[in-house]
Design a protein around this ligand. Structure first.
Ligand code: GLU
Length: 492
């Protein structure tokens, strides 16, 4: 049977960065095997339901190109995709389990269950259901049902069995059944619990591979018991370890961004985010670090996923992002930048749209080598889009570069002025500007930085900006001359 994987989120909020990893692995694995990747919404716990979260998750997944082959937005043959719309199905399978004596009615009230639990805790015993209703007679059950006593249905866990499964990542796992609780399968409100619905749905949706967070390992034996109660074939399990901050703290909103949408708002490139997430646990067994989505699909190997925790390091993500910014064509990055600005800084976007596109792209071409992500972009561009100023004296006077006084600065600015006024340089070619510039500096018997520093300050008046030749290349001859002359006048 061809591979079918799934992501089964509970609609309790935004998509977390660690869930995105789970989706990515499910997606890569399915695509690699020419299989299918499905999305199912596990919304049976109505008390935790957050309005709008499903729509938001689907939107975020589409933004990072992880579009399910089947799910609420593209239904196909295995729907419905919301568990709350599948209640009849669960009812049918609960009846089958009761008939097979693999499950039983439990009429214990929640007060009694709480009291039992507290007694167990007081004695330092593991808290488990104590089995009161496991051995009720047929008559007792019929009477309770006839009296409309609210009930749950529990799994009848065998007493002396070893439950075993092989996990692709963790290896062989075995658990004695005496350590497994008689899990509630159907709640008093007739909604299934996660444990029951997940098994029914994974089976009915033909899921062959369950790739999920390893928090679910302790639940897997319960699921296995259900598969065997129905005589259903077991899927393969792969439990991926958790993600924590680099500081070794648990990943939580208090210490950084955990919602994927916040990373998208900072406009991390999808390529960078996916590449970084894939490598957090998966060891590609090579020194290569950069993989496109196609390469990830080809090379991803579930058996090479680490067993240990992974550390989420935003600086490392920035490193990947800056790699993709540098290596993607300026035209492509420009379109993304404009979309980003339209969305998050419309005023700035309107401002730059009043300049020729060619000019804007020249700026981006230089800045994409300096920024790590788009939200840093605006900060570097004041010198291009604002009225020019005269640089501060303590910026332009720089003794380390032999610029001790205003007259030193004026002397060296003359070299740039001469270059702009008298040479025949090709302003559209950065290399030719560089070559001529260096030539001129040599002719003047000066040091490179001695000339380039004050020129840069006069052209950009900022502490951080591209170098003088790049500024000239972007601003053009006329504007560069205007700025150099204005600074010379101002200093005089
Ligand atoms: N609904 C569960 C969750 O949100 C899914 C767990 C599973 O993948 O089986 O974590």
């Amino acid at each position: 049977m061809s591979v079918v994987t799934r992501f089964a989120p509970s609609p309790t909020g935004y998509l977390h960065i660690w869930s995105l990893r789970t989706v990515l692995y499910n997606y890569l694995f399915a695509k690699q095997k020419d299989g299918k990747f499905m999305l199912r919404v596990e919304d049976t716990d109505r008390s935790r339901y957050v309005e709008g979260s499903v729509e938001n998750m689907l939107e975020v997944l589409a933004s990072v190109w992880l579009i399910p082959d089947e799910g609420p937005n593209n239904p196909w043959e295995n729907g419905p995709y919301f568990q709350s719309e599948r209640l009849d199905l669960y009812q049918k399978y609960i009846t089958e389990l009761l008939e097979k004596d693999k499950a039983y009615y439990c009429f214990c009230s929640s007060e009694k269950l709480t009291q039992d639990r507290e007694e167990q805790q007081a004695l330092w015993l593991p808290t488990k259901y104590n089995g009161t209703c496991r051995y009720l007679s047929e008559d007792e059950i019929s009477k309770n049902l006839a009296d409309n006593i609210p009930y749950t249905v529990r799994l009848k866990v065998p007493k002396e069995e070893i439950i075993e499964f092989r996990d692709t990542i963790k290896g062989k796992i075995s658990v004695p059944s005496k350590d497994v609780d008689d899990q509630v399968l159907l709640k008093t409100d007739k909604f299934p619990t996660y444990h029951f619905a997940v098994v029914i749905d994974d089976h009915l949706m033909w899921i062959t591979d369950i790739i999920r967070w390893d928090e679910w390992i302790p639940s897997t034996p319960k699921h296995i018991l259900l598969y065997s109660a129905f005589w259903w074939e077991l899927p393969r399990f792969s439990h991926v370890p958790p993600l924590i901050w680099k500081s070794k703290k648990k990943l939580s909103k208090r210490d950084g961004d955990v919602a994927v949408e916040l990373y998208l708002e900072k406009w991390y490139l999808v390529e960078a985010l996916m590449n970084y997430l894939a490598l957090l646990w998966w060891n590609p067994k090579t020194t290569e670090e950069f993989f496109t989505m196609e390469e990830l699909i080809q090379r991803f190997d579930l058996s090479q996923v680490h067993k240990a925790w992974a550390f989420f390091d935003v600086e490392r993500l920035d490193f990947f992002n800056s790699h993709y910014l540098k290596t993607t064509s300026t035209d492509t990055i420009y379109d993304k930048l404009i979309t980003y600005l339209n969305r998050y800084d419309n005023e700035f976007s309107e401002l730059i749209k009043t300049y020729p596109e060619e000019f804007n792209k020249k700026i981006l071409e230089e800045l994409k080598w300096r920024i790590k992500k788009f939200d840093e972009y605006k900060g570097y561009t004041t010198c291009f889009y604002n009225e020019s100023k005269i640089p501060e004296l303590d910026l332009i006077i720089n003794p380390k570069m032999k610029l001790e006084s205003i007259s030193d600065v004026l002397e060296s600015l003359k070299v740039t002025l001469d270059l702009l006024e008298n040479s025949n340089m090709n302003i559209t070619n950065l290399d030719s500007i560089k070559a001529l510039y260096i030539e001129k500096i040599k002719e003047a018997w000066m040091k490179n930085w001695q000339v380039l520093w004050p020129a840069r300050c006069a052209l950009s008046w900022e502490k951080f900006s591209p170098w003088a030749f790049e500024m000239i290349y972007i601003l053009g001859k006329e504007e560069s001359l205007k700025r150099i002359r204005a600074t010379i006048e101002g200093l005089k």
